[in-house]
Structure formats: structure tokens, C-alpha cells
Write a protein that binds this ligand. Structure first.
Ligand code: ANZ
Ligand code: ZN
Length: 842
């Protein structure tokens, strides 16, 4: 049943027996009333005095692209459930909010409107902040930060300089990904299927002097420390990080390339993960775009190579490595000698070998590597199987075999298993000096410089004599130059900052000679790699953060955000944390203890988009149904990780349910200090069971099921009022207070108003999670009938809410059943929990 049917069924199954209400449920009135009171009570500011255990709940901070949208509404509703629940449990909760406010969209908008990026940015932030307040995020507004504030980016620069001093930030010339439309370089991570992640333009290569962070130095630790995250982060995110880091064990093997074609002899290393296949190498390939190819090509093939390089220039790494594409390449007129058997292999250049991975050269083993096999077939090169895997011969089938097997056609490796042969070949290579075992990573250093305006300026000055000179700490921040706006920011291939001559030309801090500032700005991922630390002490002026405050609050206990950040932001933040640990600034090595990826909000099965015209405006929804109904709908629609399809949900049904819950408050006539234990025991049992189940479900992020449980409790309470012990019963008060407390996680306005109706003081957000009386949890049982071939053979006392699996197991376990089966097998078991099991013997 989809959401709409579920809620409608729930609402319509309950005849609206309530008398016309005294006051009526008005979300607008509640939204007008409560925020000021919450502010005054400072309910959401942590005490930070050590009187309670601390918990840090963080939503990935938003980019101020306009007003909040449906995606924000979902993500922040989820994060708020966690923060509000922990607060109810008595923790001191840090739940801050800020903005990731540097970045290209602001700059593009400024160019279009002849404005300054700051105007667009801060206007949008104000709009979003107002919407967040209305949306009743339980955030500590006193900690708000924006990465584009000089008070923030001063410390981004300061951190950059600490990385620089450790050799972890460096500049080098290389061929980089270049987006011709945005006129800026892109990190590998920002190239998606060969196109710019932002604007979709085909990315090209350009030779530029760029700044990098040496994240590769942390590759091993980024991998190993993931052990701590298992069970707390989604496995698919961990898998994506692992693939991105791409650790592979193998060997470097030295091949001698013989002199010929006007070139002298030299040696070239290859990287292989399969030294067991050395006897199966039938040719040798170097990356066509690597300098190595030009260095070794025989004179008479030089022109062919150059023409080929021109042809492959604009291809992305992914296209180059795709097994789908037809293989291309050129023969280089040289031969490489296989060190294991002295065989001469023709040397080719091709685009499927990448210049930037391993050594940029490979030994090709077509029988056991599909790309090599495709290449061999395209150019009629020999194929020799060296591992018998029991599969058809690759030379005939066209399918390379990669599994386990026994080594064949391989001299001293003959007869060994794959693993044994890898070890034996590796030690032979080491003995003869022809190779050594090694580890390779797919991860590349992080290219962090951008030729755009709206970012953190890189705090380096270039001096003709002294070279790169860091801006002294006491001169930070290096502020963005003033006076640049509109057209002056448009992309020209160099940074717009270069046009601000007064800003660029400065004396060298070391020798005083005329020098120039670096005109690049940092990738905004640098800003967001440490903001979670700043939140511990956002006003701190003596450093990026107060070390004690950070060590009190962090690591973040629960991080909430979209899976689109599975690689970049999370990897970079993990890297920063490890560097800061090495700098002695934090005493932990992983920033986010647990991660929750919420799904997307769709409409009609597709992501909302302008071009599809299926966008849903959040403000309209809020105006129509109220904040609480929208929040409740978001959370109730599905488990948090799943997508929510706005076409399948019913905020109006949510609103009806909330009104119904709220009206319970009008029928409670007992006083606030009534002894709840004297109330109706049947209702009490339901209330306490709800609290116990909700706690269990909340700790497993099953927020949607908690809402279903509250609906049932509302139901039972209404019945108790109308046709049971009545509104004066203390158990009714207990039930309705419980409804208010649990609802405070999802529908803060309704819950607060309900609480007030009950004569309790604000805020329900600080009421405390209800205590469960264990004696009340004894389960209701029911008699289940077990039949064999339609005849009743046993009766079982089972919990009324038993699941199919458990009931099936109990039935099959029955003595009476095995007696009546009398050795016969079982064809099928029909289970109708909780009442009936029918076993059909074979
Ligand atoms: C011989 C061989 C035989 C290989 C075989 C594989 C299977 P991973 O696991 O991703 O690290 N390789 C090495 N450098 C390369 C480059 N720059 N561009 C493209 N391919 C490259 O992959 C390592 C394997 O990928 C290496 O092991 C090499 O091919 C290839 F049956 O060597 B192998
Ligand atoms: Zn100097």
C-alpha cells in the first residue's frame, strides 16, 4: 500500500466522533506563536558545562542557491529527528547551522546582473535562514557561520599555510582537466563521464601550474581507518571511497627496450598486479599521451604517434578505459625484452593505458585481461593462455579469463596455483633485480586552485628572488580585492583577481622587493573540509577553532546528508582531520562517527527539475499544509535512506492526523499532577509499548515506523476517551503527553501546542523521553492453530504481533506436527500470522 492509502485508510477508519472543537487546529497560529518563545527559552543552545553527556548532530550545510527546496526539507527533517530525540534523552546536543557560501553560481549570477557575488549570496542566505526558522529546525542559531566571511576564510588560509609548511600543499605544472565553459580547472572528482560536473560541458586538458594537496600521502590511512566506520556508515559509501582510493598490490617489472629506430637502449618499468602471467605477455603498451611514448618512439613512427596523440586529446579517462570502445593505437617500432624469459615484445602506444596510473606502461597479457585481448584482436597480436581456469580458450572465445586456476606454458611457474605463482614470480623478480613488489593507488593529489573570483584567496606571494613566500599569519586574512563586480568577473582563462593590480602588487614579505600575490582561489571543498570543527567555537579568534572545544564535542556523532557527497566532501574532510591530528590539533582521526544518507525527493518517479516541469515549491507546500504536515510527510513516507515521491504522498492526510492528535488535548480533564499509575491498564500498556518500540526504532533510524506507532497510539487514546474510561482517566493524560513528546521529534509546532493544552510548560522539546515501566510491556498472546493437511494438530500460544517467519519456525518445531508428518517431507507451509499455519506434506 502506498503512503496515501495508508494514511487515508487510517484517518477514514476513525469516525470523527469528536465534538466540534473549542479551539480549532490552526498551523498558521502555531507557526506565528512558538518560534519567539523557543528563542527566549534557548531550548536548542547546548549548555556545554559538562553537566550532561555531549552529542553532536550535523546536517551537511547548505549552499545558498536560492530559497530552501524540497530536498533541504527532507534532509533537515531527518537530521532534526535525531537532534530532538537525543535532547529528549537528556544529552547536551550541539546542532548548528551555517552556509557553504563561496562558489561559482554566485559569481555567474553576479556577472549576469552586474552585481557582486556577495549581494546574491547573502540575500539568499537571509532567505534560507528565515525559511529554516519557520521550518523549526532545532538549531543553535548563535553558532551560525558562512565560509565566505573573512572571519571564516582567514582560517581556511591559515590551515592552507600549515599544510604548506608540512609539504602537504604544493604547486606543480601538469595537464589538468579544464572546463572551457566555466574557464576553470576541475579536480578528477569533478569530471563526470568526461564532462564538467557543474555545467555538463566536455572537459579538455590544459597545461597549467596549479596548487595541490598531497592527499595521496594519506591514502593508506584513509583506507585503514574505514574499519572504524563499518556498521555506522552506509556500506555503499565505504565501497565508493575504497574504489576511489583504489589500492592495488602488485609489482614493478623492468623491461629492457632494445636500441633501434634512431634511439638507444633503455629500460621501462611496468606496473602489474599479475606477475603470475609474465609468460603470457605478448606485447607491451605505453600510454600514448605520456612523454615516455615520444621518448621511445622510433624515428620512422614519430609522425604516426603525434597524429594519434592529437586524435585522443579530448577523451576522458573513463572513455579511454571503457571496454566498449574499439581499441586504437600505434606501433612504436621498438621491442621490449621480457625479463622472465627473454622474449621480445613489440612496443605499442595506446589510449587505454593511462599516463597517470602506475608507471604509464604495461605488459599486455591478452589471454587474461579483456582490454589487452580486445587490443590484440584489433591488431592481430598473439594470445597465449598461461592459467588454465577451465574456461574456454580466450584466443577463440574472445573472452579473457581472470579466475583461479593452474599455471601452464610458464617455465618454472608451471603447475602452481595463481596465488603461489604470484609469490614465486615476485620473488624471482626481486632476486634477479628485475622487479619489486609495490602498492599503487588510484587516488590522485587534490587539485585545489581555481581561476575564479568567489573563493578563498591563496595566501602566497610570488617573489622573483625568494620564490613562493607565505603571507605571514598576522596579515591574514588576505581579503578578496574590492571593486571587482559584474563583467569584470567573467571567465578569461586566468583568474579575475589578476585584474586588481593594486591588490596583486605587493612587496615580498621576505626581501621587500616588488612581488605579486597568487591570484587563484581555493576549491570550495577546502572550505567545507573543516567547517564542522569551527562549529565547536565559531567565534574563536586565536585559531581556526578552540582545540579544547573541538575535543569536547567531536567527532560528529551523527552526520546527515546526500549520497552525492559519498566521495569528495567526505574524503576531503577525513583527510583534513588526519592532517590536523598529525598537527596535534585534534585527538581523533575520523570526523564523522555515523553517517545517514537520506534519499531524494522525486515527483512522479523522476528527480524534480526545471526542464521536466515537475518541481514542487516548498513554500507553497508549507503555506498550504503547514510546516508540521510537510515534515511529518517527509519522514513518514519511507525509511530515511529511500527516495520520497511527492506524487505518492499526502500532506493533507498528515495534516488531518496532526489535527486529530492535537484534539486529544482538549479531552484530557485530569490535572497535571494526577497519579498516572492509577489509570486504565490496557491503555497504559499500549502507551508504554509505544515508547519502548519508538526508542528501539529511533536508534535504528526507522523514523517512519515510529510515526506509524504514534498513529496507533492516537487511535487507541481516542477510543479510550470516547468509549473507554473517558478523558478524566489518568492513563489518558499519560497517553496524550506521550503523543506530544514523540510528536515533538517530527511535528514541533503541534507537539508544543498540544503540550500547552495539557497545561504543561514549554518546551515539550525539553520534556524528557518518557520512562518505560517494564511490567507494562508483557505481551498480549493469542492462540495460533497448526494444521497438517487441513487437520488441526496443535495449538500454540504466541505473541499477538508474531511475524510469519517466527510462527513458521515454531509450527515446524511442534512435537505434534512431527508425529503427524510421520517421516514425510514438507511440500509447502502456508502461514497466516498470527492465527494459522497449514503444513502440506509431500
Ligand atoms: C598484466 C596483467 C595480466 C594485468 C592480467 C591484469 C590482468 P588495478 O588492479 O586497477 O591496479 N595497468 C597497469 N597500469 C595501467 C595503466 N597506466 N593504464 C591502464 N592499465 C594499467 O590494475 C592493474 C592492472 O592494470 C595491471 O596488471 C596492468 O595490467 C593494468 F591477467 O598487468 B596487469
Ligand atoms: Zn623576496
Amino acid at each position: 500500500m502506498n503512503y496515501e492509502h495508508r494514511v487515508e485508510a487510517f484517518v477514514s477508519a476513525q469516525p470523527d466522533t469528536e465534538q466540534p472543537a473549542e479551539g480549532t487546529y490552526s498551523f498558521a497560529a502555531m507557526e506565528a506563536r512558538w518560534p519567539a518563545i523557543w528563542d527566549e527559552l534557548k531550548v536548542f543552545e547546548p549548555l556545554d558545562d559538562g553537566s550532561r553527556e555531549r552529542r553532536y548532530v550535523l546536517d551537511m550545510f547548505p549552499y545558498p542557491s536560492g530559497d530552501l527546496h524540497m530536498g533541504h526539507a527532507e534532509a533537515f527533517a531527518m537530521g532534526d529527528v535525531v537532534a530532538r530525540y537525543l535532547r529528549q534523552c537528556g544529552y547536551d546536543v550541539l546542532h548548528p547551522i551555517g552556509w557553504d557560501s563561496f562558489g561559482l553560481p554566485a559569481e555567474n549570477a553576479a556577472i549576469k546582473r552586474d552585481a557582486h557575488p556577495a549581494e546574491w549570496t547573502y540575500t539568499n542566505i537571509d532567505t534560507q535562514a528565515a525559511s529554516f526558522r519557520r521550518y523549526a529546525i532545532s538549531a543553535d542559531w548563535s553558532r551560525r557561520l558562512h565560509t565566505s566571511d573573512p572571519e571564516y576564510y582567514r582560517w581556511t588560509q591559515w590551515l592552507f599555510l600549515r599544510f604548506y609548511e608540512k609539504g602537504l600543499a604544493y604547486r606543480r605544472n601538469s595537464a589538468v582537466n579544464w572546463c572551457p565553459r566555466d574557464q576553470t580547472v576541475l579536480a578528477n572528482e569533478q569530471v563526470v563521464n568526461g564532462a564538467c560536473e557543474r555545467c555538463g560541458t566536455q572537459v579538455t586538458k590544459k597545461n597549467l601550474n596549479q596548487w595541490y594537496f598531497r592527499i595521496t600521502e594519506y591514502a593508506d590511512r584513509l583506507l585503514e581507518d574505514m574499519d572504524q566506520l563499518h556498521g555506522h556508515w552506509p556500506e555503499r559509501v565505504l565501497a565508493m571511497q575504497r574504489n576511489w582510493i583504489g589500492r592495488s598490490e602488485g609489482a614493478h617489472v623492468k623491461f629492457d627496450v632494445e636500441a633501434s629506430g634512431g634511439r638507444g637502449a633503455r629500460s621501462v618499468d611496468v606496473f602489474t598486479t599479475r606477475p603470475d602471467t609474465l609468460y603470457g605477455a605478448t606485447f607491451f603498451v605505453v600510454a600514448a599521451d605520456a612523454d615516455l611514448a615520444v621518448d621511445i618512439v622510433a624515428d620512422e613512427h614519430h609522425d604516426d604517434l603525434m597524429a594519434y596523440r592529437e586524435q585522443i586529446k579530448s577523451l576522458s579517462e573513463i572513455e579511454r578505459q571503457s571496454t566498449e570502445r574499439e581499441k586504437t593505437g600505434v606501433f612504436l617500432g621498438r621491442y621490449a625484452v621480457n625479463p622472465i624469459n627473454g622474449e621480445k615484445l613489440p612496443v605499442w602506444a595506446a589510449d587505454y593505458v593511462l599516463a597517470e596510473y602506475g608507471t604509464g606502461a604495461i605488459m599486455a597479457v591478452p589471454a587474461h585481461d579483456q582490454r589487452d585481448l580486445d587490443f590484440a584482436r584489433a591488431f592481430n597480436l598473439p594470445v597465449r593462455a598461461v592459467l588454465d581456469t577451465g574456461e574456454p580458450d580466450p584466443a577463440e572465445s574472445g573472452v579473457a579469463t581472470a579466475g583461479e586456476g593452474t599455471v601452464i606454458n610458464s617455465g618454472f611457474l608451471e603447475g602452481l596455483s595463481k596465488t603461489e605463482a604470484i609469490a614465486a614470480a615476485s620473488s624471482r623478480l626481486e632476486e634477479t633485480g628485475a622487479g619489486e613488489t609495490t602498492v599503487n593507488f588510484r587516488l590522485r593529489d587534490w587539485l585545489l586552485s581555481r581561476q575564479r573570483f568567489w573563493g578563498t584567496p591563496i595566501p602566497i606571494i610570488h617573489c622573483g628572488t625568494c620564490g613562493e613566500v607565505p603571507v605571514p599569519d598576522n596579515e591574514l586574512p588576505v581579503r578578496l580585492p574590492e571593486g571587482l563586480r559584474g563583467e569584470a568577473l567573467s571567465p578569461k582563462g586566468t583568474s579575475p583577481l589578476a585584474a586588481a593590480e593594486d591588490w596583486v602588487n605587493v612587496p615580498c614579505p621576505k626581501c621587500g622587493a616588488p612581488a605579486t600575490r597568487d591570484t587563484d582561489t581555493m576549491d570550495t571543498f577546502v572550505d567545507s573540509s573543516w567547517y564542522f570543527l569551527r562549529f565547536a567555537s565559531p567565534e574563536f579568534t586565536k585559531g581556526p577553532f578552540d582545540i579544547d572545544a573541538v575535543n569536547r564535542w567531536l567527532p560528529v556523532g551523527q552526520y546527515v546528508g546526500g549520497v552525492e557527497h559519498a566521495i569528495l566532501h567526505l574524503l576531503y574532510s577525513r583527510f583534513f582531520t588526519k592532517v590536523l591530528q598529525d598537527l596535534g590539533m585534534v585527538d581523533f582521526n575520523e570526523p564523522f562517527r555515523a553517517l545517514l544518507n537520506q534519499g531524494q525527493v522525486l515527483n512522479g518517479g523522476r528527480a524534480m527539475s526545471k526542464s521536466l516541469g515537475n518541481g514542487v515549491d516548498l513554500t507553497e507546500q508549507l503555506d498550504k499544509y503547514g510546516v508540521d504536515a510537510v515534515r511529518l510527510t517527509m519522514v513518514f513516507a519511507s525509511p530515511p535512506e529511500d527516495d520520497v515521491d511527492w506524487a505518492d504522498v499526502s500532506p493533507s492526510a498528515s495534516a488531518k492526523f496532526l489535527a486529530r492528535a492535537w484534539r486529544l488535548g482538549q479531552d484530557v480533564t485530569s490535572s497535571t499532577d494526577v497519579d498516572r499509575s492509577t489509570g486504565d491498564q490496557a491503555l497504559r500498556a499500549i502507551t508504554h509499548r509505544t515508547v519502548a518500540d519508538a526508542a528501539e526504532l529511533l536508534s535504528n533510524n526507522k523514523f517512519n515506523v515510529v510515526i506509524a506507532k504514534v498513529m496507533e497510539l492516537v487511535n487507541a487514546t481516542r477510543k479510550a476517551i470516547d468509549s473507554g474510561p473517558g478523558g478524566a482517566d489518568p492513563a489518558v493524560r499519560e497517553a496524550v503527553e506521550t503523543v506530544a513528546i514523540i510528536l515533538s521529534l517530527f511535528a514541533p509546532y503541534t507537539a508544543e501546542d498540544l503540550w500547552a493544552q495539557l497545561g504543561r510548560e514549554a518546551s515539550v522539546a525539553a520534556a524528557g523521553w518518557p520512562e518505560v515501566e517494564e511490567e507494562l510491556l508483557v505481551e498480549e498472546t493469542i492462540t495460533a492453530i497448526v494444521q497438517v493437511q487441513g487437520k488441526v494438530r496443535d495449538r500454540l500460544q504466541v505473541p499477538a504481533n508474531i511475524g510469519e517467519e517466527e510462527l513458521r519456525a515454531l509450527a515446524l518445531d511442534s512435537e505434534a506436527v512431527s508425529r503427524s508428518l510421520d517421516g514425510r517431507g514438507i511440500r509447502t507451509v502456508i502461514v497466516r500470522a498470527p492465527k494459522l499455519v497449514n503444513i502440506v506434506p509431500s
